[in-house]
Design a protein around this ligand. Structure first.
Ligand SMILES: [Cu+2]
Length: 851
């Protein structure tokens, strides 16, 4: 995402990583840090969350809440907990049961936190001294609490009404800084709620996950600040040269010791101009990335720098890269011993120490990059901002609006839980937002039969290229928390006016849980085209056209992870298919570019997009888990490939040895080759061998004797281009396949463990390839692991912001029905059943509304 994201900092995060500390001062600091353009990447930054919605929403986002007024005349008698308006809706499928997939509420998380802090003797956050960057790398601390998925068999039995509600357990992750060697530990805690039968069971062996694999967090960001500051202060002459008068000295030395220029204007958190020393932290920010080093017991970070125009702290900084980077060894338990090395300046070096680089810089033995204009007085950076600059002629009247003339036609459950169940034209499903991986749907049924047990986002992978070390960056976004970086949607922009908005409660690593409003929207989308149509030209009744309007029901969230935005759509259609779509937006990550200098070697790796800015090549790969249950849990995986060959080849399965019939003169023709893979398999699309990937129930056929099935079908997508032995491919084996099919197992519930595998990725803790271990994919419970994505070759039009582009895949019925399913949506688009939105008065946990 960051493409661009990073992590950042300004070193302020540490104070806020433990939310129970001084909240007031913390909030102030976080706001400042936000303005300085860095912070959201860090998991565990509690205050990004609660508190000030205006802050969360960003400066241009409206935070107006329209309250609970009904939409456009929705029916008068709404029920706080709406009941199905039609007998078609199945008994037991409505809200109460799928809450077993909910995330924890704040209260539940607090109970578990108190329990494990006591049981595992974790450091109590309230004992962290004020002013400390946060927990120390030698303490035992709680990192994350998340629900453990219920065993599928038990969950299905409960959902289907013939089993008890599964007991609830938490998956708890701790850092054990007191262990020898230090490690990260996972526990299963439950049953919940906490009682005298609750136990804590370790899920990993001691040392199995080395401590150095922890993600970017308040430890690396908070304690790393001191080492970063030291490195930067030593290089102040180079910073002054690079930026036209700015350096980075805060927290290291008294800035009053620095020479002129003394004071410049910057903006504080409220946008008010203030006088600041040009060498305080306001004008520069740093980003932390893992280095792909080989020693799995070391932790080495790359520190990359950018300029913050006017200290204003918007994401404009991502378009102001500086040609300096260095590495930091964060292995030692004592952060004061963290060492900076491999300094690279304008692609010269690496120099082992800051002193060596400074000496070469001072004695003229290295070339200086042309000084960018970034820091010169009067520098105009509006090119990099999202402030409206001009309006196109004619852009004064309101544009088209999407509305629902008789009220919203979908229903949403009204519960006190953290997930919601929806119903729309035969579809039902339950949506939650997971802190680490983002949107997750469960128990998705169509006209009463389950199609999907689970459809969940797994991870976003981004890897960059560049000639310099600062170009070799990458992201596994779930390590930063895709759900926890999901922010309030802007009404009428992120979602149309006829949307309902839902909040959720999310876990924020060490920061605990917090509530975010308006993070999910649901709406009916008028596709402004027919879903089916035909003009009967020769009909004896006279020519006429029949058709139905395409209308889709959309569940959407947008995660903003640092500089990059990902919009996740799950789109339900009335032909019983689902489209999953990921679109990208936001700021690009960039590199300093000197057209006449040493950085010209970056040109094969990106595109020059401004005077001293090169946006570097990268990809975005999005992984999804698709647990299809087609007419039951046990399915068989089949492939149907279109091939060209001889009659003998085409007929070999049905009439071996058959020869070409005499009535055909051309011996080669196209045919369908149906195959049943005998074991778990990872597949890559091949345009010259188009294939449908089918999940069928061979024991149920449609009226025509075809096994009832659903397919997973990719839209336009790219693939993993790095070789299998590359550390990033090892860290994210799921990126190798457009579809991998594995047997469902409760202990193989996710495709990755990126919070561990962001650092030292070649030694992945969870590897999808390990699931592909030769088991049968016939008449058994199957999981499809889907990857879609894009290669992003940057272009000038991506500045200041990337305009949405993305990738998608479909989940489509394939002989599941006897005929086209959408035929029962008539041409007038008559309501099948109307429903009301629930009265919000009874929903204590949620505050949501519709326009
Ligand atoms: Cu991109």
């Amino acid at each position: 995402m960051p493409d661009e994201r990073g992590t950042v900092r300004n070193g302020l995060l540490g104070d806020c990583a433990w939310p129970s500390k001084n909240q007031a001062s913390c909030t102030f600091i976080v706001m400042v840090a936000f303005i300085a353009g860095s912070l959201y990447m860090v998991p565990g930054v509690g205050n990004v969350i609660p508190g000030d919605r205006k802050f969360l929403s960003g400066r241009h986002l409206s935070t107006a809440h329209s309250g609970t007024e009904p939409n456009g005349g929705a029916c008068a008698s709404c029920d706080a907990d709406p009941q199905p308006a039609s007998a078609k809706v199945l008994d037991g499928a409505w809200a109460p049961r799928s809450h077993i997939f909910d995330q924890f509420t704040i209260e539940e998380a607090d109970d578990i936190k108190a329990y494990v802090t006591d049981t595992l003797r974790l450091t109590d956050p309230s004992t962290i001294p004020d002013g400390s960057p946060g927990p120390q790398p030698t303490q035992d601390i709680l990192y994350r609490i998340e629900p453990m998925p219920p065993p599928k068999a038990a969950a299905v039995a409960y959902l289907d009404g013939h089993g008890p509600e599964p007991e609830r357990f938490a998956h708890v992750i701790t850092y054990r800084g007191t262990a020898s060697p230090r490690d990260i530990m996972e526990y299963r805690v439950g049953p919940l709620p906490v009682s005298n039968t609750t136990t804590t069971i370790a899920l990993r062996a001691p040392g199995e996950i080395p401590f150095v694999k922890h993600p970017v967090d308040s430890i690396s960001g908070g304690w790393g600040q001191e080492a970063v500051g030291k490195g930067a202060f030593e290089l102040k002459d180079i910073f002054l040269s690079m930026t036209g008068g700015y350096c980075y000295a805060s927290w290291v030395e008294d800035v009053s010791d620095l020479p002129e220029p003394s004071n410049v204007t910057a903006f504080d958190a409220r946008g008010i101009p203030v006088q600041r020393h040009p060498c305080d932290w306001t004008f520069l920010s740093w980003l932390e990335y893992p280095v792909l080093q080989k020693d799995m017991m070391k932790r080495v970070a790359l520190i990359k720098w950018q300029f913050v125009p006017e200290g204003r702290g918007g994401e404009e900084a991502y378009l102001h890269p500086l040609p300096l980077s260095f590495k930091m060894d964060q292995t030692d338990p004592n952060p004061s011993l963290w060492r900076n090395f491999d300094f690279e300046y304008c692609h010269q070096g690496p120099f082992d120490t800051a002193a060596a680089l400074l000496e070469a810089f001072s004695d003229g033995s290295i070339t200086r990059c042309s000084a960018p204009a970034f820091g010169t007085p009067g520098y105009d950076y509006t090119w990099a901002t999202t402030d409206p600059r001009r309006l196109r002629a004619g852009n004064v009247e309101p544009g088209p609006r999407q509305y629902s003339p008789r009220g919203l036609r979908f229903a949403i459950s009204s519960t006190r839980h953290t997930g919601r169940r929806f119903r729309w034209f035969g579809w039902e499903g339950h949506v939650t937002l997971r802190g680490d991986t983002g949107i997750a749907l469960h128990d998705v049924t169509y006209k009463g039969r389950r199609i999907l047990y689970e459809l969940s986002h797994q991870d976003m992978y981004v890897s960059y290229s560049g000639y310099g070390g600062d170009g070799q960056t990458f992201y596994l976004d779930s390590a930063f928390g895709i759900g926890q970086n999901t922010r309030a949607l802007k009404r009428g922009y992120d979602c149309p006016w006829n949307s309902a908005y839902l909040g959720s409660e999310l876990q924020y690593g060490t920061a605990g849980a917090a509530r975010q409003e308006d993070v999910i929207c649901m709406f009916e989308d008028d596709m402004a085209s027919p879903t089916w149509r035909h003009t009967h030209v020769g009909d004896s009744r006279g020519p006429h056209a029949d058709g139905a309007r395409a209308v889709e029901f959309v569940v959407r969230t947008v995660a903003t992870i640092g500089n990059y935005d990902y919009m996740f759509d799950v789109r339900f259609k009335r032909d019983a298919s689902i489209e999953v779509k990921v679109t990208m937006a936001g700021y690009m990550s960039t590199l300093f570019f000197d057209p006449g200098g040493g950085t010209r070697r970056d040109t094969p790796f990106g595109t020059r997009v401004h005077t001293n800015v090169l946006a570097n090549l990268h990809d975005h790969l999005s992984g999804w888990k698709v647990d299809l249950d087609v007419a039951g849990v046990n399915n068989t995986f089949l492939t149907q490939t279109v091939k060209a060959g001889t009659f003998a080849e085409a007929l070999k399965d049905v009439d071996p040895g058959a020869e070409a019939p005499g009535w055909i003169s051309e011996p080669v023709l196209k045919y369908i080759s149906t195959r049943r893979p005998d074991k778990e398999v990872g597949l890559v699309m091949n345009a010259s061998q188009p294939t449908v990937w089918q999940f069928v129930n061979e024991k149920e056929t449609n009226a025509w004797g075809m096994p009832r099935g659903y397919v997973i079908q990719s839209g336009v997508t790219t693939a993993q281009l790095l070789p299998p032995q590359h550390p990033l491919t090892k860290a994210a084996a799921w990126t190798k396949y457009h579809l991998a099919v594995t047997r469902s197992k409760d202990n193989e519930y996710r495709s990755h463990a990126s919070m561990y595998d962001f650092f030292n990725p070649a030694d992945a803790i969870v590897n999808l390839d390990n699931y592909l271990d030769g088991e049968s994919v016939t008449n058994t419970d199957l999981i499809g692991w889907v990857t879609i994505g894009v290669q992003h070759i940057p272009r000038a039009e991506d500045v200041p912001l990337i305009s949405n582009f993305g990738a998608n895949f479909y989940i489509k019925p394939w002989n599941y029905f006897d005929s086209m399913e959408a035929i029962d949506t008539d041409s007038d688009d008559t309501d099948e059943w109307e429903s009301c939105l629930p009265d919000l008065e009874g929903a204590k946990t949620y505050k949501w509304s519709f326009n």
